[in-house]
Design a binder for this molecule. Structure first.
Ligand code: ADP
Ligand code: MG
Length: 660
């Protein structure tokens, strides 16, 4: 078979391809590779069946365009004829009579128009002889070029079983050349893409779609064409050939089908299965009648899709009407006239099978797609391959990509969505924390200024009030007043000290400390009412951490006091210590009242308190915050006040780096 046009038979228009893998799924030989998310036809693997062209909703798969070549031939060739495939009644259902179609083709410039069906008559006779004389040998019909390509490429050892008979197209071509001379240019018109590369004996092959393009370009319609009859020789029953079993129907070997000696398989799944089973010696048949499409009426060169039964009816009606007016005597005469035409055909192996990659390599690829086990082999077919293993093999051959696996891609997408959610959350938290720390920083500056200015006069007040107190006799009436001044100025000093701590003006003196012991120690210096249960849990392995013990003690006692104060009716104070190599974390949880949402933002502001005057200063948490920051640590609060949202209470969590 001539393969001159094979490497440009079917190809992808990259801009149109939306990578849905439908073409790959429908390709019976997996002649499509997906690289960088683009589908590309592997010409040497392609059998030209045109399934991919038919199924691509984006029209991204196109085939070798013969329109211009034929136009040029029509202008330059002195003797150019057309032969039209017998499936034409299924295509041109809008044309009321075949004579109009013939007239339209002639108007294009073709000198004569023949029916390939007469070639089918000759070929059918040949098949009948072959099957009768085959003996034990099983033949596979060779009239479908895609089937022939398939066997040449993927079952070269079955070439001996291909019926060594020319196709009806080649047969009619030989008839035409005998009748009208060797130099006659012959253009085949039919539903098939593979025909374009079937044989060098044909000069060009148009699909019906391309014929319609020619009609359109030349403004040829039923109305402006002169009706004309097909040129002779006219066919007999060969015209039924485009429907599956057609060829056999035309040689009257129906009985063999009933006996099971003739096996008919059509369509991209069935023909492969039939060949595979035949190759495995699982079927015994006298003859395999195989068609790549569901009969030629479903060929990819037809312009409308669907309606296979309507198309069959159109063919049978046409054949019936033609047989009614057939001059049987003339037909027999012509069959005899071309009896001497050699209808033999040879086929050449062109092995395109690829060695299967070693299974350990395949397994590695499967693992990389998260398929750790056979139960992970969903074999869903979304990637275009029937099984996960076939997909993995194709990846190894450089024909496919991991991302084609839908479950893998979905999983990957889920992971990135989750990661995105987490980083979004982190970002929002960071933004909030930044806002908070900016606010606290400016408050810190202000309070540091105030504290600094107050410190000196306060020192003077304390000093002089103490001197006065010492100088005055113990029973003096002002002694009590002076005592009050001393006490209150001491209190003021404490507040100012607290402000300075918050403003981070102090230094930290880090000492390596057993954190677990330290926490236990902290709880001892807090007065715990009888109705509060304390529990300290620790999972620390390395207990040592660098902290300023005096300051950190203030942090813990402040938080513990707050927790106790939040549980006036009693409850649980739970302290949990965890850690890793870099840091330790302490969570102080209480089952107290919780903190209302509106207070959350104000917690660390100096003087924010909800406690009654004299009880709270609102300086505890600002102090805690300042000290934690001085330790380069982090502090956050989670709190719940509504029982319907879970347990009510508050958790303060502090993360401290082990070493600063
Ligand atoms: P003070 O204890 O003097 O009020 P803090 O700065 O220690 O000042 O606390 C500020 C406010 O934060 C408290 O008045 C209280 O409203 C709230 N608060 C702190 N810790 C808790 C807690 N564990 N449970 C409920 N509210 C708390
Ligand atoms: Mg407090």
């Amino acid at each position: 078979m001539g393969h001159a046009k094979r490497n440009k038979l079917v190809f992808t228009v990259k801009d149109r391809c939306r990578v849905c893998y439908t073409c790959l799924r429908e390709c019976p030989v997996k002649a499509i590779k997906i690289i960088n998310g683009q589908a590309e036809v592997i010409s040497e693997r392609c059998i030209g069946c045109g399934n991919c062209v038919s199924v691509c909703s984006q029209k991204a798969k196109v085939y070798f365009d013969s329109v211009e070549r034929v136009e040029n031939m029509l202008q330059s060739e002195p003797e150019i004829v057309a032969c039209i495939a017998p499936s034409f009644p299924a295509e041109f259902s809008e044309i009321p009579d075949h004579k109009f179609l013939v007239g339209m083709i002639k108007k294009l410039g073709f000198h004569r128009v023949f029916e390939v069906a007469f070639g089918a008559d000759l070929v059918a006779k040949e098949y009948s002889k072959l099957i009768e004389s085959a003996g034990e040998k099983t033949y596979i019909s060779s009239d479908c070029p895609a089937i022939v390509f398939y066997i040449e490429h993927y079952y070269p050892e079955l070439i001996k079983n291909l019926a060594p008979i020319a196709s009806p197209m080649v047969a009619i071509c030989r008839v035409i050349r005998k009748k009208y001379g060797e130099n006659t240019k012959v253009v085949f018109i039919g539903p098939c893409i593979a025909k374009k590369a079937e044989s060098d004996e044909i000069d060009e092959a148009l699909t019906f779609i391309e014929l319609r393009t020619l009609f359109e370009r030349n403004a040829i319609t039923v109305e402006n064409a002169d009706p004309s009859e097909f040129d002779s020789p006219h066919p007999g029953k060969g015209a039924i050939f485009p429907v599956s079993r057609g060829l056999l129907q035309s040689v009257n070997i129906k009985d063999d089908i009933i006996k099971g000696e003739i096996l008919v398989a059509s369509g991209r799944i069935n023909f492969r299965e039939a060949i595979k089973e035949f190759d495995n010696k699982e079927i015994e048949a006298k003859h395999l009648e195989l068609l790549c499409c569901d009969g030629c009426i479903m060929g990819p060169g037809m312009s409308q899709c669907g309606k296979p039964y309507h198309r069959r009816v159109r063919i049978s009606n046409y054949v019936k009407s033609r047989l009614e007016v057939l001059d049987n005597e003339k037909w027999s005469e012509e069959m005899n006239e071309y009896n001497d035409i050699v209808l033999s055909q040879t086929f050449n192996p062109a092995d395109r099978r690829q060695e299967k990659p070693a299974y350990d390599m395949v397994e590695k690829i499967l693992l990389s797609m998260g398929k750790n086990d056979t139960k992970d082999h969903l074999n869903c077919g979304a990637c275009g391959y029937d099984t996960c293993i076939e997909h993995a093999e194709a990846i190894l051959l450089g024909h496919a990509e991991n991302e084609m696996c839908l479950p893998f891609a979905i999983e990957k997408l889920h992971k990135s969505v989750n990661a995105l959610n987490i980083s979004n959350e982190n970002l929002a938290n960071a933004k909030l924390a930044l806002k908070q720390s900016e606010k606290l920083a400016s408050m810190g500056q202000l309070s540091a200024g105030i504290a600094h200015e107050l410190n000196n006069p306060l020192g003077v007040i304390t000093l002089y009030s103490n001197i006065l107190k010492d100088e005055i006799s113990a029973d003096s009436p002002v002694q009590k007043d002076l005592q009050l001044i001393v006490e209150q100025s001491e209190r003021c000093k404490k507040i100012v000290g607290g402000l300075l701590n918050f403003a981070r003006k102090n230094q930290v003196k880090l000492v390596e400390t057993d954190f677990e012991k330290f926490v236990h120690h902290s709880i001892e210096s807090v007065i715990i009412p009888g109705n509060v249960q304390v529990e300290i849990k620790s999972s620390l392995v390395d207990k040592m951490v660098m902290i300023d013990t005096d300051q950190m003690m203030q942090v813990l006692t402040n938080l513990e006091k707050n927790a106790v104060e939040a549980m006036p009716a009693g409850g649980n104070l739970t302290i949990e210590i965890t850690g890793d190599k870099q840091s330790v974390e302490i969570a102080i949880n209480d089952s107290g009242t919780g903190i209302p949402k509106e207070n959350m933002e104000k917690l660390f502001e100096p003087f924010f308190t909800t406690k009654e005057p004299g009880k709270g200063t609102g300086l505890g948490l600002p102090l805690v915050y300042g000290i934690v920051k001085m330790h380069k640590g982090q502090i956050n609060v989670v709190s719940n006040t509504l029982p319907e949202n879970g347990p009510v209470g508050t958790t303060f969590k502090i993360v401290l780096p082990r070493y600063n």
